[in-house]
Design a protein around this ligand. Sequence first.
Ligand code: EPS
Length: 386
Amino acid sequence: FTYLTAGESHGPQLTGIIEGIPAGLTLDVDQINAALADRQRGYGRGNRQKIEHDQVEILGGVRHGVTLGSPITLVIHNRDHAHWSAIMDPTAPATPENTTRKVTRPRPGHADLVGGLKYRHNDMRNVLERSSARETAMRVAIGNVCEQLLAALDIQIVGYVRQIGPVPAEQPLKSVAEIKAVTAANDLRITDPDKVDTIHQLIDDTRGAGDTLGGLIKVIAENVPVGLGSYVSWDTKLDAKIAGAVMGINAMKGVAIGDGFEAATRPGSQVMDPIAFDQKTGYHRLSDHLGGFEGGMTNGMPLVVNAAMKPIPTLYKALQTVDVQTKEVMKANVERSDTTAIVPAALVVENVVAIELAKAILEAFEGDNLARLQDQVKAWRMEMNQ
Ligand code: EPS
């Protein structure tokens, strides 16, 4: 199972190719589009989202709504490209007229400076166009294809926002369905709706001050088969793969499984999850401090993945930088941006975890055809007493 995305933020389109999805999966394009719309919502977003109306086009690997087992090609057009067609023209040679939005004052915290040095771009627009989180739209489209595969195997997953800036907003809800219902009903994707007003105010004040906010995200996956991933070598551990993939999302600075860093502060007796057994549900744990992983393998308890997102680096009240042409100390470039992207980021983390879970399942089982895969997973669950 592999996937690749391509495309610049203000270029003509984002493109994604996924290889390894089994044949026979009924793919609901409306569900992909609903996920894309969900990624565009959220308090604290900038004006770009008023321009975009993300919709996927399926151009390969699917026939009459059912996957063929061949590579699936997805496209999302950038509506904003209409305003950038000359500046982002893929083929017309550069002229003074089509290079007017040159970026020479790198933003601290962004990929601008090092990306420009590394690739020898004298216009750092060539960096920011691809390092932009616009690309996460395609990761959500691909992630939704994976979520539809996981749903066909009775696995549910949700991502939500636990904290925005310094304000925690988490109520201990347990089931994925319950979390989905509560977080869909507010524009912050939080489980504690009493915090909505406080956080709106915080975001407004932060925007007013020309500043930005990050936050904390949690993803929970239910009914994951026991024994995905392996303890035998470091690079077979599924928690490590998930951590890497989550860290690969724009602006992430931390990933933790289960109680994460907090587990380091307590004695072992308050961190390990005692084992129990009954005929109906088989082996289970009496708590889930370890977030569903032991020895890098899923243990049948809900997977709990936490992520910490830094604030957006584009500040309207710009920080000090150095102009790469003159080497003069200046204020950093200001591009149109969001005050916070924590709300869409929670959905992106959810989708990236879904991709890694689908990948792990397709590594563990033979995945040419969905019905055969379902039979294998069912037999496996029975053997695991799950
Ligand atoms: C982004 C900057 C903004 C965001 C963008 C990510 O875009 P623009 O510069 O066009 O205003 O809106 O996010 C998206 C376009 C999106 O769909 O999420 C950045 O620099 O990362």
